[in-house]
Design a protein around this ligand. Sequence first.
Ligand SMILES: [Zn+2]
Length: 409
Amino acid sequence: MLYGPFTQCLPMSGLPLHGGLLDEQLSIIEDAGIVIRNGRIVEIGSFESLKEVFPDEQRISISDKKVVALPAFVDCHTHLCWGGNRVHDYALRVAGKSYLEIAETGGGIMDSVRATRAASEEELVAVILNQVQDHLKRGIATIEVKSGYGLSVDDELKMLRAIQTANEQTAAILIPTFLGAHLKPSDFEGSNRDYLEMLIREVVPVIKKEKLAARADIFVEQGAFSIEEAEWYAKEMQDLGFEMTMHVDQFSKGGAELAVSLGCVSADHLEQTQDEAAVRFGNSDTVAVALPGASLGLGMQFTPARTLLDNNASLAIATDWNPGSAPMGDLVTQAALLGASQKLTIVETLAAITYRAGYALRQHVGTIEKGKEARVTIFETDDYRNIFYRQGQLRPHCTIIGSDCNIYD
Ligand SMILES: [Zn+2]
């Protein structure tokens, strides 16, 4: 099938993983076509020349308007599997209570834990598929999903099994991450270290046996886990074959250096990260993941994305979609707002939600390249810059995933 013509096609291939990017570095194919066979990209180029080279290919025009094609987006950090909601927390927060104060009065993460424990596996699958469908409509076709609202052996496994089942039922790629180390639950008797040891002893063997996740995460924060506890846990999990990622530097500092020194695949949040820590990212393969949805949800400062890029970091942007601090879940809106605040070029913002976010997940996604599975999102516009200029209000017309073209508007 020959798709096109596209007024612009942005393959996003051949760009560097690290550091700042200028819009002039972006290669744009004008009046482009894409040849897809059996769900894979066979060729990308000028529509007119592809018509000659592939005369027998079925031609598919996406829209009678001008359209722009770019890689389907990647959301490399979400908690979109949850029970209940946290609207009560929201009301307290906007009335002036802090995140930690709300947590100390039984709100916060433990509130979602109670509702998630009460939900059946089937109910969680339905929640995931519902939110994944919202993401597909926003042009996002690769989505990381964390556990971390079960916090018991059975409930963490229930979440991971729900993610695995949902992954079989959606066109999106779901990448599961084990976040049993989100918080020591209030009903666990023992120390933080006892809790982490319990996860390794009782949950991890089942995760490995059922291939439920190859990545693990820990929340390094006052009220969650200390730097020392996280260091011990991460090394144990890495020895067991897990790729590690960490929630760090959201409210207090120090976790980012730990994540980089341990070779974590990503270090996420970084709102408090300062220059000394930002420098470390430049010489590492640990992707710095900014979560502007959490900054917006909590009314906090943004991650210093400009400083990180200027220090040669690989920067990704993700939604952190969760029921508490980041309920919006709109990647393009959040990336556009972060870009405006931090003075990111459009190509830096685009890289952060495509191939650099793919790199944070160590997945080869987020580009349009020959030989790869087709994952292409298409907007009705004649200029890709409108996607960020409109701050999320311009929605994709459709997304091609493999051999299917899903039209959303
Ligand atoms: Zn998170």
